[in-house]
Design a binder for this molecule. Sequence first.
Ligand SMILES: Nc1ncnc2c1ncn2[C@@H]1O[C@H](COP(=O)(O)OP(=O)(O)OP(=O)(O)O)[C@@H](O)[C@H]1O
Ligand SMILES: [Mg+2]
Length: 315
Amino acid sequence: MPQIEVCVVGEINLDLILYGLPEPLVLDRELLASNLALTLGSSSAILAHNLSVLGTGVGFISKVGPDQLGNIALERLSAAGVDVTHVKHAAFGTATGLTVILPQPQHRYILTYPGTMFEMQYSDIDMEYLLSARHLHLSSFFLHKALRPSITDLFRQAKKAGLSTSLDTNDDPEDKWEADVLEVLKYVDVFLPNEAEARKITRTEDLSKAIDQLAALAKVVVVKRGSAPAICRSDQQEWNLAPPRVSPVDYVGAGDTFGAGFLHKYLQGARLEDCLAYANIAGAYSTTKEGGTEAFLDRAALTVFIQQHCSEDHG
Ligand SMILES: Nc1ncnc2c1ncn2[C@@H]1O[C@H](COP(=O)(O)OP(=O)(O)OP(=O)(O)O)[C@@H](O)[C@H]1O
Ligand SMILES: [Mg+2]
């Protein structure tokens, strides 16, 4: 069995991003984009890809359909060094999912066909493989339709076996934010919501109060806030830190890459403020090229960016 440090359980699909469409999008007209990117998408796969590029050994548990989209996504993960030997292949039936993203000046449309990500279930997971890792990460809690009832148990087992754990819920497409996610948080070491998610999960408008509630459940709460300072809370300590300034191409997967940066340092036993600084650097860098992983294909440029900003942060 290949030696892995982090086991990511999650969804995998490609992102098709169409840039430069007119605004507003008018019905029944042919609307022209100025550019497109077909790139590795989905929160789990982006985090796994970029965490592996940063130098942490990653194994991925997921399910793909019998189609080219699934093959391309797996090839991209493999090329980054991620172990995909435990990804299940559906022999027929449901296709691999696809997300179409239409960036607009202030906001973006995100249209997802979930496909196999709705189907992965507990019996698809090789627990021996998962528990051979030091750390369990799960992204996109609300997209795992079949797996969701087993997620608390998955985290409980991981903690019992001595793994550390992390979770990024991402958005709830049903906008229900049901309380089962709070159960899971009792077994989460690093919780990585963005600001809107932190508020919705706790049903609290006040971000500080939302973090109080989340920090009573998870050990470390890290709130992503785009170009605004990210917040890290653990026990009574809190750090606020702005990301480096960049010229973003898009924000797709910035949060997932932030998570990859945080976990990379966390698993090295770094101080939480250093994990936060590194997460910000990774997240900001991911916005400088298309999608969530394109920036991480140029490892030399990534190293230069990290060195430049690490030395800025620490003198
Ligand atoms: N405009 C920006 N400039 C610099 N850094 C940014 C910018 N946007 C995002 N980041 C970095 O990426 C992190 C995550 O961003 P964001 O708040 O978009 O997360 P998210 O909503 O979870 O994203 P995702 O779309 O991946 O789910 C930020 O905390 C920051 O470190
Ligand atoms: Mg996110």
